[in-house]
Design a protein around this ligand. Structure first.
Ligand code: IPM
Ligand code: MG
Length: 361
């Protein structure tokens, strides 16, 4: 089959890591007899430089007309970059929000998994790590505080800012359904995170999630308040399977979850619409400080491409081949600088990509 993929290299280390993931896809195509064709678009700072906006309508159209999207990272150093001396809706990150909204990518899936080989980098005590952890954060991505009405203006002589947090039943239901569907393929547990002791939107969240849970009698549903969840993640991370939560809570908790793995350079993510269309990207950022130095870890992007193979194209065997190749290079002791430890073999971005390609059989 022929699959049309939009590539968004973006800023910082984005172009280097996307290039390695593209080579991995080509290798999968070669070995398994598929054809992947690519169109590149600009998003983020590079698009601001070229067109004055972080995402053009044409670029969004190109992405819309493809079968899926692979993204590196967008943005630069806040504070010392020309990309940030402009209105918020013209900054690099606005491109990311626009593509999420524009393509209806409401379901953000962020796995956080402790690699045995990298357990030394986990900042938690051995007694807390126990047998390790393997969770998926299912974050709502196109509603809540990120997309509610907002303003900053003077009211009665006082500067006042407002952001609004809105969720409809439908928005909650569709993300809850995705979370329960994924839980059915995993350990059949959903922990739904909210702030129902304070927020109306959270009380509706809880009610709708409970309704959805009735259709999944095999899945255990637990509710957890967000502040407690932040604490539980570092106290007993092994208890989490699927964490279901709204946009802002998910933004914060997914950073916490990725940090405790100790290897954010390894974590992939997917943002999906109602169907099989998705945007796949590493969980980490654009790391401008190491851009162009052949130091970035391409594994998160390569694993994001594997998620694409499985979630968007139903190529589960191919996705597994990529995951196995990654596992194999780790077992053989190859490490990029971010995950380097004593006794291992240090390699750069390109070499890591090549080693993984070589092991796809
Ligand atoms: C993320 C990022 C974005 C978000 C930023 C860059 C707008 O932090 O993908 O988690 O808050 O969603
Ligand atoms: Mg974030």
């Amino acid at each position: 089959m022929d699959y049309k993929i939009t590539l968004i290299p973006g800023d910082g280390i984005g172009p280097e890591i996307v290039e390695e993931a593209r080579q991995v896809l080509d290798r999968v195509g070669e070995v398994y007899g598929h054809r992947f064709s690519y169109k590149k678009i600009l998003m983020g700072g590079c698009s601001i430089d070229a067109f004055g906006v972080p995402l053009t309508d044409e670029a969004l159209e190109t992405a819309r007309n493809s079968d899926s999207v692979l993204l590196g990272a967008v943005g630069g150093n806040v504070g010392n970059s020309r990309w940030y001396d402009v209105a918020p809706n013209l900054r690099p990150e606005a491109g990311l929000l626009a593509i999420r909204k524009g393509l209806g990518l409401f379901a953000n899936i962020r796995p956080a998994y402790l690699y045995k080989e990298l357990a030394g980098a986990c900042p938690l005590k051995d007694s807390v790590i126990g047998n390790g952890f393997d969770m998926v954060i299912m974050r709502e991505l196109t509603g809540g505080l990120y997309f509610g009405e907002r303003y900053t203006k003077e009211i009665n002589g006082v500067m006042t800012a407002m952001d609004t947090l809105v969720y409809s039943e439908e928005e909650i239901r569709r993300i809850a359904v995705k979370a329960f569907d994924i839980a059915m393929k995993r350990r059949k547990s959903v922990i739904s995170v909210d702030k129902a002791n304070v927020l109306d939107s959270s009380r509706l969240w809880r009610k709708v999630v409970e309704e959805v849970a009735k259709d999944y009698p095999e899945v255990t549903l637990t509710h957890m308040l967000v502040d407690n969840c932040a604490m539980q993640l570092v106290m007993n991370p092994g208890q989490f399977d699927v964490v279901l939560t709204e946009n802002m809570f998910g933004d914060i908790l997914s950073d916490e979850a990725s940090m405790i793995t100790g290897s954010i350079g390894m974590l992939s993510s997917a943002s999906m619409n109602e169907g099989k269309f998705g945007l796949y990207e590493p969980s980490h950022g654009s790391a401008p400080d190491i851009a162009g130095k052949d130091m970035a870890n391409p594994i998160a992007t390569i694993l994001s491409a594997a998620m694409m193979l499985s979630y968007s194209f139903d190529l589960d065997k191919e996705a597994e081949a990529v995951e196995n190749a990654v596992q194999q290079v780790l077992t053989e002791g190859y490490r990029t600088p971010d995950i380097m430890s004593e006794g291992c073999k240090k390699v750069g971005t390109k070499e890591m990509g090549r080693l993984i390609c070589e092991r796809i059989k």
